[in-house]
Design a binder for this molecule. Sequence first.
Ligand code: XIL
Length: 495
Amino acid sequence: MNIPSGRARYRPVIAALAAAVLAGAGAVAVGKAPALAAETTLRAAAAKAGLFFGVAASPGRLSSIVSQEFGQLTPENDMKPDTIATSSGGLRNTGNADTLVNYAQTNNMLVRGHTLVWHSQAGQLQGASQATLNTFIGNALTRWGSRIAYWDVVNEALDDNNNGRRRTQWPHSLSRDANGDGDYFDAGDTDVIRDSFRRAKEVVRQNNLNTKLCINDYDVEGLTVSGGARNNKAQALYDIVRAYTQGTERLIDCVGFQAHFNDNPNSVITADLQANIQRFADLGVEVHITELDIDDDLSNNDIGQGQANNYRKVVRACLNVARCTGITVWGIADSESWRSSERGLLFTGGSGNYQKKAAYSAVLDELNQGRSGGNPSSPPVSASVSPSASSSPSTPTDPSPCSATVSLNSWSGGFVATVRVTAGSSAINGWRVTAGLPTGAAVTNHWSAERTGTSGTAQFANVGYNGRIAVGQSTEFGFQGTGAATGTTLTCTAT
Ligand code: XIL
């Protein structure tokens, strides 16, 4: 599970990353990391932990630090429709994008294409039909092919102010709810998200590309927002990703949390960041932190240690979830940032002459701790509240076929439960977990399992892809609900 950090040929990078992701697909890593010498660049430390650490840049910013410190590159502006799209969905002006892709390839870095469908910086595509968007999607995807590991197919689909709705600005106004039932998931509906991903998937399949297709948004990072209320925007994104990954079509491969943390109450770093990453990961998609910058004001004007600690929390939350496979900062130095007054990045200085901030050292240190390193000084983001329970009396000679433990994230009036199912001394081909819920708790949502019952006793059984568990291995499913779930009991049976 090693992402090359030095100079090697490009194709093996994708293969190695895919292997890293597959290796992490079963469950979150547990246990102590072996004591290894600390790496001295973000890129190498991340690669050792099995994820990429990247940066957004434009051709004018490609100093040597980029390939030294970063293993992934996102064009900050040079692949947006206002730069590269014609009004009929053709391509133009791709020189800067080519420069960035070539640089990444030469330096063995992954590329994230950013972005195909977006209400902002739409340029000549502003107001285009879905057919024209589809033409553009096809042209852009085939222009760079598998040289682009991840593409943001749809960016910022959701509305602001925590209202949990889709944006109404174009292109989201292309959404048409044919039967007026309030969703966009029925056969007759036109939905720019679904239809853009359908077209992108079709192009990927037809051209046999390795490119993974992502949906990207901001203020979706926490399960909750400042003050503890539910993050409705995150919930809407979750519902969309679930609808388009758990059905007959698997349209979405990855979810990006932009993570522009600032003073907006919906944009704070909450303690449930990891739980939110986990529930998306449990849908089987990769999760990325795609545009990270952290306003120093979030730390009471402490440009030093406070901001560094905030960076640490975000990196740790990602490291603790196996399918969180990459973190990208939105620029190199504060002075060159789109939000320069908030001094949210890892370096000071500029024009290739950069100095590392405390935040840089914190990120490097946290990456060096690895997936299971867990810095004791950073608060845990989820608490285990219920001991494991098993279906049959557990004796040393007759061990239980499986066990289940729950990790609970709660807020006033609601909770998310992540349940880990572990096989005993024999492999199992299927499992059922019976959850005894406290009075007042009701399940509203679940993932990676079939469910019967919502309150009192609820049963969760494996779905097609997670029934088989090898000896001592585990898988996870989750559910969300209203009320309080502290005291939930679990019983696991092999089926
Ligand atoms: C920003 C760039 O950083 C700026 O240079 C540009 O002027 C505006 O766009 N969300 C996104 C990014 O998805 O594309 C935006 O990038 C920042 C917010």
